[in-house]
Ligand binder design. Structure first.
Ligand code: A2P
Length: 261
């Protein structure tokens, strides 16, 4: 339910390695990367050298759109596997929709799944209409849809659609990213004060209680520790409703219908 996001987590491979080792030492068991992040090699090294059994760690990586455009999906997966060097990935995601190619890309994802080297396959940044196209032909239902989601972008209908179709929702930038002052919201401070928790912890707990997996990025040990310290309090239905009422359907990142490759 709670993983470490790693987009821009460090400037050097050493920074990335240290951030992931620190997170694993703190108790994180879910690490999220992507071809785009260019950090699969130090992440794989951190997983291998952590001393934690491979099967206890859940690793996700993602297929970049250029590799779909260039019809090199299998090659891109093989390259991720080579860089990670951890035997298999737990989840392989299509990173963004390539218009007109999302269904054919899914067909190839199914072939990768059949190889057993990706224990699960899914998508990222897919809206309901993209998922409907895929479900129309899918032999394997996407296990997950990872998308920008936080109290300013609650995507309630998409969460319901995914839940109804047994697709796990995952939130990237669950804290709203540094582009918006979400964590300064008075409501979040007031709710947090009731439980001795920070606004960030309240937001991460809100994700969890609505069944959404969250992958906050932090390269800072104290914030990494705070972000997994959310399993010892519970929000009330009223708290949940108040947090959800912050929604402005505001995308801090790219809109899934607008990205071009
Ligand atoms: P830092 O790495 O210095 O902790 P993303 O939107 O990609 O998930 O990034 C989250 C951003 O929020 C990062 O800039 C991260 O910075 C910061 N951050 C992570 N955890 C917390 C927290 N508990 N409180 C405040 N800021 C946080």
């Amino acid at each position: 339910m709670l993983g470490l996001g790693t987009y821009k987590i460090g400037q050097t491979d050493n920074d990335v390695y240290n951030a992931v080792r620190t997170a694993l030492d703190l108790g994180y068991r879910h690490i999220d990367t992507a071809t785009l992040y260019m950090n699969e090699a130090p992440i794989g090294k951190a997983v291998r050298e952590s001393g934690i059994p491979r099967e206890d760690i859940f690793v996700t990586t993602k297929l970049w759109g250029d590799d779909i455009v260039k019809n090199r999906i299998q090659e891109a997966f093989d390259e991720s596997m080579r860089l990670l060097n951890i035997g298999y990935v737990d989840l392989y995601l299509v990173h963004w929709v390539v218009k007109g190619k999302h269904v054919s890309a899914w067909r190839e994802m199914e072939t990768i799944y059949a190889s057993g080297k990706a224990k699960a396959i899914g998508v990222s940044n897919h809206l309901q209409h993209h998922l409907e196209d895929i479900l129309d032909v899918a032999g394997v239902i996407p296990a997950a849809n990872q998308i920008e989601m936080h109290p300013y972008l609650t995507l309630d209908d998409l969460v319901d659609y995914c839940t109804d179709n047994s697709i796990v929702c995952e939130a990237w930038s669950p804290l709203g990213s540094s582009k918006v002052p979400l964590l300064d919201e008075k409501i979040l401070k007031e709710i947090g004060a009731k439980y001795g928790k920070s606004p960030a912890q309240v937001v991460l707990r809100w994700n969890m209680e609505r069944g959404v997996v969250a992958i906050p990025k932090s390269s800072n040990k104290e914030r990494q520790a705070a972000n997994i310290d959310i399993f010892n309090f519970e929000l009330t239905p009223e708290d949940m409703q108040l947090i959800g009422s912050l929604n402005k359907t505001y995308h801090t990142g790219m809109h899934p219908d607008e990205i071009e490759f």
